[in-house]
Design a protein around this ligand. Sequence first.
Ligand code: XIL
Length: 297
Amino acid sequence: GTTLGASAAERGRYFGTAVAASKLGDSVYVSILNREFNMVTAENEMKWDATEPSQNNFTYANGDRIANQARGNGSRIRGHALTWHNQQPTWAQNMSGSALRSAMVNHITNVATHYRGQIFSWDVVNEAFADGTGGGRRDSNLQRTGNDWIEVAFRTARAADPGAKLCYNDYNTDGVNPKSTAIFNMVQDFKNRGVPIDCVGFQSHLTNSVPGDYQANLQRFANLGVDVQITELDISGANQAAVYGTVTRACLAVARCNGITVWGIRDSDSWRTGQNPLLFDNSGNKKAAYNTTLSAL
Ligand code: XIL
């Protein structure tokens, strides 16, 4: 193929990007989006603060704008993210206990129902594990509602949209390390107990290198009976182009790796300001990293 999306499709995969609704009027942005990508993630527009700015008052205009644009282009959609400790509306940040638990369940039910039938996979829970060597949960208002909040979130999402794959998504999980192993253990426990989980997302925000056991780490999750997806790829540093190639080959080498999503189109679209971690330069020209990615597909 001559584009990322078409080449990935030839390998039975997708190639996606994060999209910002505010950029859908930028013709350079939209032409690259429509040409290269066949999976879309809303960069911010489906998060809790965006979709439920006041309690039980849901706003979907910007999320729908992205979903409609994707549908018009024949792209599928990764829903991101039903629950997260960041980008919660202030009213939820200030809640705790059973009131917060109920608000979480209501949020998941409403958002997943609104987008029911449109979502390839949902990030049901984002970034719930702590960094470092402890292998524990991240402290958050959601975690303080009880350790079972993650499985409640997955069961709630399944009931609201039975057709979407349900993912756990996190960062610093790229190699075998205490954090990824803690998530691995949770997924294994969920599979053993019949808690509905279908996929694990590896954000893969990388700096100049990727752990040597990246592919092996994806494979050990796949061996549990879940799909794996690379969900927010961006790579800074002088080795950028080579590392993009390595990551792409790792996904293709794992049968259950569904596809790769990069976290933005042009370097100027990246949340990593000044790090130029993406595949297109500020003018929308293909970078060396684009070429290594396309040739790896
Ligand atoms: C980032 C967005 O790119 C920014 O625009 C926003 O200000 C903060 O969030 N992990 C995630 C993403 O799961 O939702 C984050 O996106 C990047 C880190």
